[in-house]
Write a protein that binds this ligand. Structure first.
Ligand code: PEP
Ligand code: MG
Length: 572
């Protein structure tokens, strides 16, 4: 039998399947009479005390031998201790009469949903942690084991589950788990992120598969094209065995490029930068020697999932830490990009009919000047600790650029007057992620020191398609010729005046598309750490003159399909 799912982690696995039955909890949606509510509150309090005991014991077990795992459990303890969440759950029990498991599920879910809708992988991971803690409490309330463990899983299997929680996946051993299949989830779910980081092939989002597949069935998992085949024929086995060999060869080959400088065959040096959204250096530190800097530091992670705004001091410490980690290499700090899909309790944004076109990013900062000023003060002060470049998101007019620069001038004057050390010559730039700014690139280039193209939003706003709405997924076309024309124009404008221009949207790390970007004049790419090796391999194998011809041809195409066909024909 053949099934189609989302390919979220590349690779081929052929193995027996291990069915992990950990069905989602059924939530008891009962409303309680008043006299029962105190008792329910007591049940909730003892459940969180038990959860805390478990988590603290697991944390202690991991602390010495595996710091990374210990950090996950510490984060879960912190989530459990969050006063605001606790108070909301208590209110839901006492005031609304919800039974404890229902109150826990709804309150944690409301926070998790906000984080899960972010396009930043690291922020989405936090959503999975919230759900994990929520399920742990609910299981204790229902008298079940708090976490079904994956520790006893047999060796060399493809793991099939409804979904996996972070506290379960910490015990996954990539030497024994050859592949992962889940019924839910997609490219950005926690399991996908984990599978990619462990290098385990994975296909997610095949509903009801556990009902159809028995333990120990032989399965082929194709994490390149998202295919699952149960009880394969001999021909299918032979086909996928050779596909597996070819894939492993290609991956090993790409890895050999990691330490190399990304220079095309005919000598064009390309800069590779990292996209990061977290101060936790363990996630990106090992890539630093192989990258030229941080091309996008998404600062909004600092504001998400919390009730109080981060203080100037807190921000100063985090920015300084990242800058110190990078030494002389540039760190492009993007100022707050909240609004649109990213919402947080610490910044109350009035409900909007069309939030992606509403009070987002720089507009929000202008509407809440003290919020903006706090971040700018922290950034300018931290700049003495490294090579900080400051970048504004969602800029939509030259007035926006000038106004943001005026804020910077005022902050510098203030710090100067107070005798506080700050970065004096930091570069100021903008993201180009709206069609208006792309079309005004010549004027923008005169106003700023650098720019970076945010292709995720540029695609959304150019093609008028919500980047998060699965029902219009087919209209979200990052290779659309309209987008190529905008990128080409922006690159030309900045290259003409010799100012740095980069791409920090997903397209920047798309190894298939990188030759076109080089040919269009983008020679600085910022990407997720997992994309670096493949990007370097492509660059080192590209002939820049050929890339220019390819880009010129791509610009003559009328549809995204034609662009894709051109890329396919040039790859063969
Ligand atoms: C983009 O829009 O391409 C971008 C990098 O910003 P974000 O994805 O954070 O909106
Ligand atoms: Mg953007």
């Amino acid at each position: 039998m053949k099934y189609q799912g989302s390919p979220v982690s590349r690779g081929i696995a052929i193995s027996r399947v291990f069915c992990f039955h950990d069905e989602p909890l059924r939530i008891d949606e009962r409303t309680l009479e008043e006299p029962l509510r105190d008792l329910e509150l007591h049940r909730y309090h003892s459940a969180i005390a038990t959860a805390k005991q478990h988590l603290e014991a697991t944390y202690e077990n991991c602390r010495i031998c595996d710091k990374e795992k210990a950090m996950i459990f510490q984060a879960h303890i912190d989530i459990l201790d969050d006063i605001q969440v606790r108070e909301e759950i208590e209110d839901a029990i006492l005031l609304d009469g919800r039974c404890a498991s229902w109150a826990v599920a709804t309150v944690y879910d409301s926070y998790a949903q906000v984080l899960a809708s972010s396009d930043d992988e690291l922020v989405q991971e936090r959503a999975a942690d919230l759900k994990d803690v929520s399920v742990r409490i609910q299981k204790i309330l229902s008298g079940n084991e708090p976490v079904s463990s994956l520790e006893d899983i047999p060796e060399d299997v493809i793991l099939l589950a409804y979904d996996l929680m972070p506290s379960q996946t910490v015990s996954l051993d990539p030497r024994h788990v050859k592949g992962i299949i889940t019924e839910v989830g997609g490219m950005t779910s926690h399991t996908a992120i984990l599978a990619r980081s462990l290098g385990i092939p994975a296909v997610l989002g095949i509903p009801d598969l556990l009902k159809h597949v028995k333990n120990d069935t032989l399965v082929i998992l194709d994490g390149i094209d998202g295919i699952i085949i149960t009880n394969p024929t001999d021909e299918q086995l032979a086909f996928y065995e050779s596909k597996q060999i070819a894939f492993l060869k290609e991956r090993d080959y790409e890895e050999t490029f990691m330490p190399r400088k990304p220079i095309t065959k005919d000598g064009l040096q390309v800069d590779i930068h990292l996209n990061i959204g977290d101060a936790d250096s363990s996630r990106y530190k090992k890539f630093l020697p192989y990258a030229d800097g941080v091309g996008l530091f998404r600062s909004e992670f600092l504001y998400l999932g919390r009730a109080e705004l981060p203080s100037e001091e807190e921000q100063y410490e985090i920015y300084s830490k990242v800058l110190r980690n990078l030494g002389d290499k540039p760190v492009i700090l993007r100022t707050l990009d909240i609004g649109g899909d990213k919402k947080t309790d610490c910044i109350p944004i009035p409900a909007e009919g069309n939030p992606f076109l509403g009070l987002r990013a720089l507009r929000l900062c202008f509407a809440m000047p003290s919020l903006f000023r706090t971040q700018l003060r922290a950034a300018f002060r931290a700049a003495v600790n490294g090579n900080l470049w400051l970048m504004f998101p969602m800029v939509n007019s030259i007035e926006d650029v000038r106004k943001a620069k005026e804020f910077c001038r005022e902050i510098c004057d203030e710090l100067e007057a107070d005798g506080i050390p700050y970065g004096k010559n930091i570069k100021i730039g903008v993201m180009i992620e709206t069609p208006s700014m792309a079309l005004m690139a010549a004027e923008v280039a005169r106003e700023v020191d650098f720019a970076s193209i945010g292709t995720n939003d540029l695609c959304q706003y150019t093609l008028a398609v919500d980047r998060l709405n699965p029902t219009v997924r087919q209209y979200y076309q990052p290779y659309h010729p309209a987008l190529l024309k905008l990128i080409a124009y922006v690159a030309d404008c900045f290259n003409t005046v010799n100012k740095p221009i980069s791409i920090c949207g997903e397209l920047g790390g798309d190894s298939r598309f990188i030759p076109v970007l080089l040919g269009l004049g983008i020679h600085k790419l910022s990407m997720n750490t997992s994309a670096v090796a493949a990007a370097k391999a492509v660059i080192c194998n590209t002939d820049y003159r050929q890339a220019r011809i390819l880009a010129m041809k791509a610009l003559t195409k009328a549809t995204e399909d034609e662009v894709r066909a051109l890329l396919n024909s040039s790859a063969t």
